[in-house]
Design a protein around this ligand. Structure first.
Ligand SMILES: Nc1nc2c(ncn2[C@@H]2O[C@H](COP(=O)(O)OP(=O)(O)OP(=O)(O)O)[C@@H](O)[C@H]2O)c(=O)[nH]1
Ligand SMILES: Nc1nc2c(ncn2[C@@H]2O[C@H](COP(=O)(O)OP(=O)(O)OP(=O)(O)O)[C@@H](O)[C@H]2O)c(=O)[nH]1
Ligand SMILES: [Mg+2]
Ligand SMILES: [Mg+2]
Lengths: 291, 278
């Protein structure tokens, strides 16, 4: 564990009194390795370590000794600060409030859409699930089946095969039926697919969603920065949802996504069932990343 | 690398960044950096181009010197069990494999053993139709092992060359789900000794270090015979394959490079190594 490794680093230099910058460097190197092993992006780690060094060296000149635990505390606090000090909820302030879910193939958008509907229903609202994925085999059936579990009807696109027009029509449908929240499930796509990214831009400009949430797999590695920055540049996302956190991935993607977009991680998926959605807790994520 | 005897530290840092950002991980990166130092020692005039060439060769040799092919049973059907965590691309990969084998004139049958996820059976049924192959399916919620049993019976009765079994995505940390897939494997083995002849783990190219843990746990549970890395058409490099190959020595057989039924290619180590350095 990181605390174990830091203990042995500091044990070596204990009894030398005041720590030198080079001593902190060795400890900080261990922190860097831990973050890389946790899938935090290489460049994000670089910037983060610089911030930690500044803090650590500052502290040591005050006190003369900086034990491993204290360094971990600095790192932990710095991680929490970076990832957003407290959990932020969804902005559901228009009527109907439109939530758009976007992300790579298989990240968990369709399942998360249903989970969001459940969460929103619990708050006394009336959600409409909208299947904007006209490409994937049985995508509509998947959302309909999840809707049935929820006891919620899913918007029927009819013969419409255009994602943007389905979305637009669903909002009119919601207004006509006094449904106050529209959840748009979109097809998975690569951030480097120009045409499909343009489709999302068109959807955004047509509907002005209150929330554009990047649904990202918690086990994503170094590529998380490329994915997040592309979706953010194209859409100015309002936040992210990290899925599959019920596994044993350290989840460094959480830090990468926040660092590169500046947008908060709002919710996390912690299982395959419709209730398996929670608020994002930066302090828990920080501990998890540090291992 | 100006031939002045000392290694260019800036180039080392640049290479280290390349390796780490390719998801190779800390250990493999350190090992490759050691290789770089070795190459520099043994070949004093080695420029940047020559170095990259050596490294590509090193990576390719770690990944397996030749493209690994599907195991084939000496008496049909060859049974292929496909497993992996949620959303990696198993169902799509199965459809691609089915189309590939079908195009080779083989008789292919699919088994819809993901009886859990919403519309999983519908999804595979549609893909089976697109690939022009038949499928054995029960109702949603049926016992996965029971479906597998029926599928093996059908494959034998109908003289199929291949039976490809789709399973539900499952996190390797969920003991009961790992037990379930072991049961599916046992049921297949009971019906056809030696089957499944191929147990393929499908990994998502965007997954980081956790892919190694996934491979370890699925290997421990089932004994993997091959790996497919899907979604290599994105920007992720899939460098974790080096650690997996080094630690577990499981052959990497195919790569998925798109969502279409033709988007499956045999894994070619030298191509993969070349792409890492682009
Ligand atoms: N364990 C776990 N599985 C999840 C979670 N969220 C989604 N899944 C599973 O991940 C897989 C993919 O989920 P989908 O909802 O189909 O993903 P998607 O992003 O809609 O996929 P595409 O539409 O093909 O891009 C399914 O097996 C889900 O059950 C989660 O939080 N935990
Ligand atoms: N770009 C790209 N997308 C892929 C590839 N392979 C699969 N996909 C997409 O990834 C998503 C998930 O694929 P599935 O085949 O449903 O994945 P799965 O592993 O069966 O998912 P679960 O059964 O829910 O665990 C779908 O949108 C596929 O089209 C690939 O090689 N490249
Ligand atoms: Mg979907
Ligand atoms: Mg599947």
């Amino acid at each position: 564990s990181l605390s174990g490794r830091l203990q042995s680093v500091f044990r070596k230099i204990a009894g030398y009194g005041r720590l030198s910058e080079s001593n902190i460097a060795e400890a900080v190197r261990e922190v860097r390795l831990a973050l890389l092993e946790a899938d935090v992006n290489y460049k994000v780690v670089k910037d983060f370590i610089e911030k930690v060094k500044e803090q650590a060296i500052g502290q040591e000149t005050l006190r003369g000794v900086l034990p491993g635990q204290q360094l971990i505390k600095i790192v932990h606090e710095e991680l929490v600060n970076l990832m957003g000090v407290s959990a932020r909820e969804l902005d559901l302030s228009s009527s109907p409030a439109v939530i758009m879910l976007v992300g790579l193939q298989g990240s968990g958008k369709t399942t998360t859409a249903a989970k969001l509907a459940r969460r929103i229903k619990k708050k006394g609202r009336q959600p409409l699930l909208v299947p904007c994925d006209t490409k994937r085999a049985a995508a509509l059936e998947q959302l309909v089946s999840l809707g049935r579990q929820l006891g919620e009807a899913v918007y029927e696109p009819g013969s419409d095969r255009d994602a943007v027009s389905i979305a637009a029509r669903s909002v009119v449908f919601a207004e006509d039926h006094s449904l106050d929240t529209v959840i748009l499930d979109t097809a998975g796509r690569l951030h480097i697919d120009e045409e499909l990214m343009e489709e999302l831009r068109a959807m955004k400009s047509r509907l002005s969603p209150r929330e554009i949430l990047l649904v990202a797999d918690a086990m994503t590695g170094q590529d998380a920065v490329n994915i997040a920055s592309a979706f953010d540049k194209a859409l100015d996302i309002t936040g992210a949802i990290l899925t599959k956190l019920d596994g044993d991935t350290r989840g460094g993607a959480a830090l990468s996504i926040k660092a590169v977009t500046g947008k908060p991680i709002k919710l996390v998926g912690i299982g395959e069932k419709i209730d398996d959605l929670e608020l994002f807790h930066p302090d828990r994520m920080a501990s998890r990343i540090l291992g | 690398f100006t031939g002045r005897g000392r290694i260019d530290e800036e180039m080392l840092e640049e290479l280290e960044a390349t390796f780490l950002q390719a998801d190779m991980g800390v250990k493999v990166t350190a090992r490759l950096i050691d290789c770089v130092r070795e190459f520099h020692k043994s070949e004093k005039g080695l420029g940047r181009e020559g170095l990259i060439e050596r490294l590509e060769g090193e990576v390719a040799s770690v990944l397996g010197s030749n493209s690994a092919s599907l195991n084939v049973s000496c008496s049909p059907p060859t049974v292929i069990l496909v497993v992996g965590v949620n959303g990696t691309g198993k169902t799509t990969t199965i459809a691609k494999l089915a189309k590939m084998l079908q195009d080779e004139g083989k008789k292919v049958l699919l088994a819809a053993c993901d009886t859990f996820r919403a519309a999983a059976i519908d999804q595979l049924s549609i893909l089976a139709e697109q690939a022009g192959v038949s499928i054995v399916r029960h109702k949603h919620g049926a016992d996965a092992a029971a479906v597998a049993y029926d599928a093996v019976e059908a494959a034998l009765a109908r003289g199929m060359d291949y039976l490809i079994v789709d399973t539900a995505g499952r996190l390797h940390t969920k003991v009961n789900l790992m037990e379930e897939v072991k049961k599916v494997q046992r049921v297949i083995a009971k019906k056809i000794p030696g089957a499944p002849h191929e147990v393929l783990l499908v990994l998502d190219a965007t997954t980081g270090q956790n892919a190694l843990q996934q491979a370890k746990m699925f290997h421990e549970a089932l004994g993997l015979t091959g790996i497919v890395m899907a979604k290599l058409d994105g920007t992720a490099k899939g460098g974790i394959l080096l650690a997996i190959k080094q630690e577990l020595d499981i052959p990497i057989k195919f790569v998925g490079v798109g969502e279409g039924l033709d988007d499956l290619e045999p894994f070619v180590p030298s191509d993969f190594a070349g792409a890492l350095f682009e």
